[in-house]
Structures are given as structure tokens and as C-alpha cells.
Design a protein around this ligand. Sequence first.
Ligand code: BES
Ligand code: MN
Ligand code: MN
Length: 456
Amino acid sequence: MSSPAVAYARQNQPRFLDELKALLRIPSISTLPEHKGDCRHAAEVLAADLSRIGMQNVRLIETGGHPLVYADWLHATGKPTVLVYGHYDVQPPDPLDEWLSPPFEPTERDGNIYARGAVDDKGQVCVQMKALESLLAANGSLPLNVRVILEGEEEVGGEGIAAFVASKAPELKADFALVSDTELFAPGLPTLCVGLRGMIYTELEVRGARTDLHSGMYGGAAPNPFIALAQILAHLKDEEGHILIPGFYDDIIPPSPEELAAWRSLPFDEEHYRITEVGSRQLVGEGGFSVLERTWARPTVDVHGIPGGFTGAGAKTVIPAKAVAKVSMRLVPGMTPAKSFALYKSYVERIAPAGVDIEVRLIHSGDPCLIPVDNPYIQAATLALHEVWGKETVFIRSGGSIPIVGDFARHLGLPSVMMGFGLPDDNLHAPNEKFHLKNFELGIESVIRFLEEVGR
Ligand code: BES
Ligand code: MN
Ligand code: MN
């Protein structure tokens, strides 16, 4: 079926790409206080763009952190309302010396655009914006009612939008959400994501002596918090990859036999994944579970960094007074952040070695979610994707987390359609993040066709 909006998108593709590049040049790193202004700038650029394309009631909504961007167009009487969601914040770009081109100087190479945020999530926010622009420009109207809500704190837990959603603000009244922040299972394979892991992100602080000490004068008598921390961390998992926190697995709801069977028929080559995506000597994890089960349907414990002590060049003989580890756990359906954190905290307090004090802090958390697929929006999505990609859609879960998706369901009763266009090797959160340009183009066409299909 030919669509004037798709034709408009094809004609304007070079400009769309230029506008994506402009957005990618803004270092909107939500976790770093020195980039607060850049986050607001990115929000303002998006708001200006939403006004330019003809969206209405465009405004920034203030939160305790980085602002939300809101816009709507509500003139499709009798048609459903979609809540379009994405995030304009990005992860820090380090380690900088591993980037082939600078992270905030978007660069085209071999059919991809490279930059921090290229796929996560500015490129995909742009997919949504350009789809709306194409529909409005080609038809003078939208095929359904649209509300847009963009956040700038997704990468740091999304507190601001969580409070806004929990308040059931009238700006969020909709029938379903369109979330473009996920990936295709394989190149060219249209994919809908129907499950995400939740998470708890924590800091574990271990304190020994009152102050840093000379390690010759006091070594042997004073507790070393790094050793104590290492001992605690070493007891979070056993050699087979099982998490040792008592009760941690108790509430897990395993995937159904049908879902597991569908996962087994996905085109997944474990060796290829090991070599091209992970790049390690071997894969690890719980025996008895496939890689997809381990990453989609089993919880994890990971350590992200151990700041503190002496890390400069050369040698300093010191027993640091304290050590910290940043530790997160991914949660799967059935598990809750509150209970998981309580179990972790009491276990860590119990196994802490003698001589140190420990403090366990929760930085942020989000629930896992499973999306219902028996609704007309998912049907419309598979129809549209088939038209654009020429293939049947696969339904997958993802090991990542988008905390607000669970909140959309819980507080607003909204089913989400997680239609994303990243690729497994797009280097999210890593050096040389990219977005495949073909996916940028076909993503725009997919969203156009999807919204047209829902409005039909
Ligand atoms: N877009 C990702 C999540 C994702 C990645 C979903 C790949 C599907 C496939 C999102 O921006 C992200 O990175 N989320 C964080 C959330 C956390 C900080 C609460 C994550 O998963 O680490
Ligand atoms: Mn994202
Ligand atoms: Mn991310």
C-alpha cells in the first residue's frame, strides 16, 4: 500500500539525517552533573522540532531532575490515542580512546552513523519524530491522536517520569504506548520486544579504619576494606553462576513452554554471539539455561566499578579507610525490587568479614515487565512491519531495562508496543555506538505504517 507520508519520508531522508546529527552533537549525559545544561538543551531542541512539525501544546515539564518534553495532537475524533515514548539522555562515553570517531561528532561509516546515543535512544526518538513529521506534512493531519512524552533520565533510573506517571497526569491519557528503545533480533528481522528485566542498582560501602593508614605501619593489624569488599563480592555468585543470596530465586515466574519453544526457533548462533558480540574466550552463566534464557528470563548480579583507594600511576602504600562497589541486579518477572533489595542487603550484612562496617544503598530500581500481545495494537504492528520488512515479526524479550514501561501498565493501564530498530552489535553503552542507517530509514517507515494501521 503506498502512503504519501512514506514518500515524504523518503524524499526528506538526507535532512532527517542532518537533524539527527545535530541532536547527537549535544552531550546530554544524564548522570554527570556538569552536563545538566546539555540535557536541557537537548530537551529544548526536541520541543522546538515538535512545534515546527505541527504538534501542539508543546512544553517542557519540570521534574526534580532533567525535564520531560511533552506535545500532543488530539484531533482524530473517535480514533485511539498513542503515547509516544523515548529518552533524549545518553550514557557517558568513556573509555574515550576506544572510539574511532569522537562520541559527540556523529560520523557516517559503512552504512552506519556513529555517536553516543545514535541508537540509544536519540536515533530512535528521531525515528518517531520524523514519522510524525511525515504524516503531518503529507496529510495535514495524523491518523490517530498522539501524545509525545520524552524523558531525560532513563539512563539513571527515570525518577522524574516515574513520579509523573504515578500521578496519573491527564497528559498521559492514552490507549497504548509506542516505545522505540529496543532492537531487532537480527539484521532485517522485524521484532517486537515483549518483556524486559527490572533492576536494582546499589552501592556497597565498606569502611575499616577511621582514616587512610600507612600500610607498613598498620598492615596486618588494620582491616583492609578492599579485601573485605572482594570477599563479599566473591560470595554473591558461586562458580556455576548461581546467585547465592538466599531466597533470591524464589518468586521467579518462568517463561511458558510455548515461549521457550519460540525462543528455540529464533535464528541464534551461540558461537557467533560469543565471538562477534561478547568477544570473550567463553560464555559463562547458569548451567541448564540457554543464553537467551540466561539473558532474558534469569536474574543477574553484576559489579560495575570499585571506586576508591589509590588508582594513580605508580605506587602508594596505603590502607584506604573505605571501599565502594557499584553492584546491580537484573530482575525477572515475579521478582520485585523491594524484596530483592531486602534479601541482598541482609545477606551482605551477614557475610561481611569482621572488622569492617558496611552500608548498602539503593540508587535506583525498576520493575521487570511482560507485555500482553493479544491486543489490536500488536496486530497492527505486525501488519505494518510485514509490509516494510517483508517478513513475519518475531517476539522476543530483552535483558535490558526500561523502567517506565512497567509503570505505564501499572499506573495507566497502558499496553506498550516496543518497536525498536537497533541491532545486536550497535554497541549500546559502549565505545563506537552506532545506528544502522537502513534501520533509521525503515524504522521511520515502520512507525508511519504502524500509526496509519492503528488509525484505519
Ligand atoms: N534502551 C535501553 C534498554 C534496552 C537495551 C532494551 C537493549 C532493549 C534492548 C535503555 O536505555 C537502558 O539502557 N536502560 C538501562 C536502565 C537502567 C539504567 C535503569 C539499562 O538497561 O541498564
Ligand atoms: Mn534506551
Ligand atoms: Mn541505555
